[in-house]
Design a protein around this ligand. Structure first.
Ligand code: ADP
Ligand code: MG
Length: 223
């Protein structure tokens, strides 16, 4: 698996209101990578992650998955890429409030009319420590538990890569550390590539590749 972003730029607005959110970024993600991205607020981190994961189109540049341009495929192929190849974890969890934890977790499969593999569901919910919370609504769960449900939802399709956009940003430090431990565990257990935006210096240090982004310009931090 290789996801490659080449010469990625993203602009908003025009004329004197033009914002360059991302400026000619290049990044290759391979199987088993653990990549951290740091940078100040407004520097283009979310923009980059959304573009790499098929959630937002670049103004210029390309994203390829195993050599195929994800934004030049048909709409249904792009949504299949988003649903099957990548998992996305948001700072705000983004769970559907009217669905139980289990329903939220299996939603990506239902959209594809695929029956969940109950054995795998048990494996991941055990790993995440939420097996006894599956019938609860998000409002009945703590922030840390909600984020773990969101991680299970990202994992249910066995994606090649997990993108996590400040996954601990809405959590207290204890639940935040638990979530980071879980992501590390997932990377080690399933070999899923992880690309994480974080302000946490310990997770950034743990990453094999560390990137930083300032004013839309992405660069590799040399160790
Ligand atoms: P970060 O995640 O690093 O905080 P973002 O990628 O969210 O930064 O944003 C990068 C820049 O692009 C910021 O200046 C932000 O205000 C701008 N931006 C992001 N999304 C939009 C949008 N939908 N419309 C206009 N400007 C946007
Ligand atoms: Mg952001």
């Amino acid at each position: 698996m290789i996801i490659e972003g080449k010469n990625l730029s993203k602009y908003y607005g025009s004329g004197e209101n033009k914002v360059i959110a991302l400026n000619n970024a290049n990044l290759k993600i391979k199987s088993g990578d653990f990549i951290s991205i740091t940078g100040p607020s407004g520097s283009g981190k979310s923009t980059l992650l959304h573009i790499l994961s098929g959630l937002d189109t670049p103004s210029s540049g390309t994203v390829t998955f195993d050599g195929k341009d994800i934004y030049k495929t048909k709409d249904n192929e792009l949504s299949a890429f988003r649903r099957r190849k990548v998992g996305f974890i948001f700072q705000q969890f983004n769970l559907l409030p009217v669905l139980t934890a289990k329903e939220n977790i299996i939603m990506p499969l239902l959209l594809d009319r695929i029956q969940p593999d109950e054995g795998y569901l048990t494996e991941i919910t055990d790993l995440l420590g939420i097996s006894n919370r599956l019938t609860h609504l998000p409002s009945e769960l703590s922030g840390g538990q909600q984020q773990r449900v969101a991680i299970a939802r990202a994992l249910i399709t066995k994606p090649d890569v997990i993108f996590a956009d400040e996954p601990t940003g809405n959590l207290d430090s204890k639940s935040g550390n638990e979530v980071l431990e879980i992501l590390k565990n997932i990377w080690q257990t399933f070999g899923t590539a992880v690309v994480i935006i974080t302000h946490d210096s310990s997770i950034a240090k743990m990453a094999e590749r560390r990137l930083t982004i300032v004013d839309g310009v992405l660069s590799e931090v040399t160790s």
